[in-house]
Ligand binder design. Structure first.
Ligand code: PEP
Ligand code: CO
Length: 479
C-alpha cells in the first residue's frame, strides 16, 4: 500500500495522476472548473475552501501532516467495501441504517464508560429496530473521529475580548483563553490517537461478544432502567429471547445468538488536511480514506465548487451529504453527478435535515428529481439539525416533538412517492444528559440546566433515543 504525500502549498497534479478506478472515480466533471481536473488527494487545495482553522505555524502543520500520513490506517478497505454493500441493501429497502453519536466527540470522553454507554444505546436501538422492522440494522457510530466542527462565526466575543471560535478538539480547546483557542496542529495527532483508542475499545468489546444477543442483559443503562421505555424495551427483549429459543429447539442448535456484531464509524470530513493525510492508495490504485468507514460532507461545505466536494469525489468510501433548506433539487442533482457519476450501489447517502416546518415543502421535489434521473442513493433523515432552537435562557435545545414530526413526515413523504427512507441520523449519547426538551419524562427548559454537557449541539439522552427507536418501528409499518 502506498501512502499519500500531502502537501500544504497549492499543489499541482502529479505528472501522471493516480490511476482512477471505474466505480466511484468520476470522469472529469465538465460544468464546473474545480472538478474538471484530474483528482489526487491534494487536488482540493485549488478549490474554494471554507470552515478551516487558521494556523499560525504552517511549518508545524506541514510537519504534522507528514507525520500523520506515515501512521497506520484506522479502518480497512474490506470493512469499507462491506459497509458499501450494506448501504446498497438499505437503499433497496432490505435493511435499515442507524447512524448516531455525539455532535462533537471530546478527547476527554475517550474513556471506557462513555464509549461503552454509547455502544449500549446504539445496540439497544438497533435491537428494537431489528425486531420492529424485521430487517438487518446497519449501525454507524458518529464515533472515533467526530472531532471537527463547522461554525457559523469565526470569532466569539466575551467582555470585549474576541477569540477564535471553538472548532472541535481536533483544532482548538473550548476554554476561552487565547492559548486554548489558538488552533494547534499537534491536536491532529492527538485526534488520530483518540480515534484509534476509541476504535480499539469498540473492537475489543465486540470481539468479546459484547454485542451478541446472548449478552443483552449487560446493555441496560442504570438511569433508564425504571422508565416506561425500558419496560417496552424489555418486553421486546423477552419476545426476542423466546423466538430464539423456539429456533434453537426447532433446529436443535444452541447458541444461535452468538454471531459477532459489527459497528462502523463515520465523521464529518471537515478538516481536509487530516482527511488527506489518512487517504491511501490501495488495491488497483484506488484511493480510500482510511480514517473512517463513511465520511460525510456537512451542510456548510457542500457547495458545488467546494474543496470538500472535490476531496470526496475521488475516494472510494461510501460518502454522505447533509442536505439543508438552502439546497435546490437541481443543485443536489449536480452534486450527485459529481460524487457518484456512475450510480454505484452504496456509494451515496443523502441525509436530509430540513426541519419539521420545511420538509414538506422541500423533500418531495428532490425525491422526484432523483427518481426521474434513475439514481438510487440511500435516503436518510436527520431530524436533529433543522430543529434547533434557543431557550429563553439562551441554551441551544431541540424539542422532542419537532424531531418526531420531521421523522414522521420523512417516512410519509417517501412512502407517498414510492421512495424509501432507509436510514436515520441522530445526535445522541448513552449518558444521562438533559439537552433536548420533551420525551417520555417530559423534560422542560428548566430541566436543561441539570445535565447539559454538549459543547455544541443538544443530544438525545438514552431514554429519548429508545423512545424514538420504538416510534420508528411504528412509523415504518407497511401501509
Ligand atoms: C452535524 O452533523 O453536527 C452538523 C453540523 O450537521 P449539518 O452539516 O447538517 O449542519
Ligand atoms: Co451537530
Amino acid at each position: 500500500m502506498k501512502s499519500s504525500h500531502p502537501r500544504l502549498s497549492q499543489s499541482k497534479p502529479p505528472q501522471s495522476g493516480p490511476p482512477l478506478s471505474n466505480s466511484a472515480q468520476p470522469e472529469a466533471y465538465q460544468s464546473d472548473s474545480c472538478h474538471s481536473k484530474t483528482w489526487f488527494p491534494e487536488s482540493w487545495q485549488t478549490c474554494r475552501l471554507s470552515q478551516q482553522a487558521h494556523y499560525a505555524d504552517l511549518k508545524l502543520l506541514d510537519k504534522t501532516i507528514q507525520e500523520l500520513s506515515q501512521l497506520p490506517p484506522l479502518v480497512s478497505v474490506q470493512e469499507i467495501e462491506e459497509l458499501k454493500t450494506k448501504i446498497a441493501s438499505a437503499a433497496k429497502g432490505d435493511s435499515f441504517v442507524l447512524q448516531g453519536g455525539d455532535c462533537a466527540e471530546l478527547f476527554s470522553d475517550c474513556n471506557a464508560e462513555v464509549i461503552t454507554d454509547k455502544l449500549k444505546i446504539l445496540l439497544q436501538m438497533s435491537l428494537i429496530l431489528v425486531y420492529g422492522l424485521n430487517k438487518p440494522v446497519v449501525k454507524i457510530g458518529r464515533m472515533a473521529g467526530q472531532y471537527a466542527k463547522p461554525r457559523s462565526a469565526e470569532t466569539e466575543t466575551i467582555n470585549g475580548l474576541s477569540l477564535p471560535c471553538y472548532r472541535g478538539d481536533l483544532i482548538n480547546g473550548v476554554e476561552f483563553t487565547p492559548e486554548q483557542r489558538q488552533p494547534d496542529p499537534k491536536r491532529l495527532l492527538k485526534g488520530y490517537s483518540f480515534a484509534s483508542l476509541t476504535l480499539n475499545y469498540l473492537r475489543t468489546l465486540l470481539d468479546n461478544h459484547f454485542g451478541d444477543l446472548s449478552n443483552v442483559d449487560n446493555w441496560d443503562l442504570d438511569f433508564v432502567a425504571h422508565s416506561s421505555r425500558a419496560r417496552e424495551y424489555h418486553e421486546i427483549l423477552d419476545k426476542l429471547k423466546y423466538s430464539q429459543s423456539v429456533i434453537e429447539n426447532l433446529t436443535l442448535q444452541t447458541n444461535t445468538a452468538s454471531a459477532k456484531d459489527k459497528i462502523y464509524t463515520c465523521h464529518e470530513a471537515l478538516h481536509l488536511h487530516y482527511e488527506q493525510a489518512l487517504t491511501r492508495q490501495c488495491d488497483r490504485g484506488r484511493w480510500y480514506n482510511l480514517s473512517t468507514h463513511m465520511p460525510w460532507i456537512g451542510m456548510r461545505t457542500s457547495q458545488l465548487d467546494s474543496a470538500h466536494v472535490e476531496y470526496m469525489r475521488g475516494i472510494e468510501n461510501p460518502v454522505a451529504i447533509k442536505i439543508g433548506p438552502s439546497m435546490s433539487a437541481e443543485q443536489l442533482l449536480d452534486l450527485v453527478n459529481i460524487l457518484d457519476p456512475n450510480n454505484c450501489p452504496g456509494r451515496l447517502t443523502l441525509i436530509t435535515r430540513f426541519g419539521e416546518q420545511k420538509i414538506q415543502q422541500l423533500l418531495p421535489a428532490m425525491i422526484c428529481l432523483i427518481q426521474k434521473e434513475g439514481r438510487t442513493p440511500l435516503w436518510c433523515c436527520d431530524p436533529m439539525h433543522g430543529n434547533t432552537s434557543i431557550t429563553s435562557h439562551g441554551r441551544k435545545t431541540r424539542r422532542f416533538d419537532a424531531i418526531i414530526n420531521e421523522l414522521t413526515k420523512a417516512f410519509q413523504i417517501h412512502q407517498n412517492l414510492g421512495s424509501h427512507l432507509g436510514g436515520v441520523h441522530f445526535e445522541l449519547t448513552g449518558e444521562n444528559v438533559t439537552e433536548c426538551v420533551g420525551g417520555a419524562r417530559g423534560l422542560t427548559e428548566l430541566d436543561l440546566q441539570k445535565a447539559y454537557k454538549s459543547l455544541v449541539d443538544p443530544r438525545l439522552n438514552a431514554e429519548q433515543a429508545l423512545e424514538i427507536a420504538i416510534l420508528i418501528t411504528r412509523l415504518n409499518q407497511p401501509s
